[in-house]
Design a protein around this ligand. Structure first.
Ligand SMILES: *Cc1c(COP(=O)(O)O)cnc(C)c1O
Length: 469
């Protein structure tokens, strides 16, 4: 059975079920498997040609031992991905002889976050039914996580979801994707403040042991291990489609919180041959700077056209740090404490070199991103529109691939219609919303506006009707 430990070393060994429900460890760390489970070469070869749900169940099974058997995972995965608007679920589109686009935006809310959240919601449902318990999911969003989580949780038994977004600071498409879901178990809060204020409120409420226990708080952001493990599946799926067992494939990943690209590392650790993992950031380039210099230093957040990557503190980086420090939880806790005091730390050269052997990094500013979107639009005779997050990845991929002919997969993390202004500014073409969202701007919205204070949010949650069990 796979057990989990905290990156800060003080939470003991935990089962998958505990990790699923807890999100963050009590010592403030993030959960990781105590040992990496391996998918053998034979097991990987047997997945060649398998459909997406079968691949996802096989990749996840070693992580969920003791909680879900593979057949149960497969049933959940079939349901989770049935609603995706492409029969391949995660189709590959070839862009040139050695570059492919992995299109991860066919889920209900048009971004890759649907992959993990659709599955996570079904896992919650099964485990809560077994235990006879209920939860309140509390999260902050700068856009995409909130809508994907709400779409996955709406109408499900034994749980409700409360999502905080910064009032007036998410795009209209993003806001409406959240606020037009009128299910009884969904509450949207527009907070009079920034995304950081929203995140601070959520952290404060999770750190309040009384409120946390009374509401049975659960987390859906990418500190939750299940999100990472679920995303590892599409790396395996894409690599197998490109013959990746014989000729390892590389991936270039638009990155904010280091969750998605870290999922590629998880796929590698469980046995997938991977040529390279490229971390592509926008102007908020803390990760690219760390890979270049060995110093991890937060700057101030700069708003860009790829808002889901406007992050200066990449939570999942702590998972890599744990590995770079040979699993020394005390050392990780020490560095994280220093980081919260001084907003920076530097790794010794040999640890930094190890990070560089695992990841490459690059940043694209607004001009480079718009130029990449425009170039791919023109170069394909107008048939390809990249969303601005994918545009960042395209700019970095073009710069870093050099003369290499090894296959490289660029992750397309969102549908261009989710960010129509930026796409139109770069190409002159305004992408249309897919049919199931075509009437989004005519749907009624529901949300409450609250000041940026934890007590106001706690009061609001306490006044909600109890979750039916
Ligand atoms: C969340 C998001 C990202 C960044 O993913 P991380 O896991 O935070 O690195 C990139 N693109 C889009 C469209 C997103 O929604």
């Amino acid at each position: 059975m796979t057990f989990y430990v905290s990156t800060r070393g003080r939470a003991g060994r935990r089962s998958f079920e505990e990790v699923l429900l807890a999100g963050l460890a009590e010592d403030g760390g993030l959960f990781l498997p105590e040992h990496w489970p391996r998918l053998s070469g034979a097991r990987l070869r047997a997945l060649d040609g398998a459909d997406y749900p079968t691949t996802a169940a096989a990749v996840l099974a070693p992580f969920t031992e003791g909680c879900f058997a593979e057949a149960e995972l497969l049933a959940m995965a079939r349901e989770a991905y049935a609603g995706f608007a492409h029969p391949a679920v995660a189709p590959l589109r070839q862009l040139d002889p050695s570059l492919w686009l992995l299109e991860l935006f066919f889920g209900p809310t048009l971004a890759f976050k649907d992959f993990a959240l659709q599955l996570l919601a079904r896992m919650f449902e099964r485990v809560l039914a077994r235990r006879g318990e209920t939860i309140t999911i509390l999260g902050a969003t700068s856009g995409d996580t909130g809508s994907a989580a709400i779409a996955a949780i709406a109408g499900r038994a034994r749980m409700r979801i409360v999502i905080l977004h910064p009032a007036g600071r998410v795009s209209e498409v993003q806001r409406r994707q959240m606020t037009t879901v009128l299910a009884d178990n969904v509450a949207n809060l527009a907070i009079e403040g920034t995304f950081d204020d929203c995140q601070d409120i959520v952290k404060a409420l999770f750190n309040d042991p009384v409120f946390r226990a009374e509401q049975r708080l659960a987390a859906i952001n990418s500190i939750n291990w299940v999100r990472i493990a679920a995303q590892a599946a599409y790396y395996v799926y894409a690599a197998l489609r490109l013959g990746g067992l014989e000729r390892p494939v590389g991936f270039c990943v638009p990155t904010g919180n280091f969750g998605d690209v870290y999922a590629g590392h998880v796929a590698r650790r469980t046995g997938l041959p991977v040529d390279r993992l490229i971390v592509a950031t926008n102007a908020n380039d803390i990760l690219a700077r760390f890979l270049a210099s060995g110093t991890y230093e937060a700057g101030t957040v700069r708003p860009t056209s790829s808002p889901s990557m406007d992050i200066q503190v990449a939570s999942n980086f702590e998972r890599l740090l744990f590995e770079l420090l040979d699993g020394d939880g005390e050392a990780v806790a020490g560095l994280m404490a220093r980081f919260s005091r001084e907003r920076r730390f530097t790794l010794p050269p040999e640890r930094h070199a190890r990070a560089r052997s695992l990841f490459e990094g690059g940043a694209a500013d607004e001009a480079a991103t718009a130029a990449a979107i425009a170039r791919w639009h023109a170069g394909t005779g107008g048939s390809l529109l990249l969303d601005p997050h994918t545009g960042v990845g395209a700019a970095v991929a073009e710069r870093l691939r050099g003369g290499s002919r090894a296959p490289l997969v660029l992750l397309a993390t969102a549908h261009p219609a989710k960010f129509p202004e930026a796409v139109e500014a770069a190409t002159g073409v305004r992408p249309a919303l897919p049919a199931h969202l075509a009437d989004l701007f005519g749907r009624p919205e529901r949300f409450s506006v609250l000041p940026a204070q934890p007590a106001a949010v706690a009061d609001f949650v306490r006044r909600l009707p109890p979750v039916p069990s």
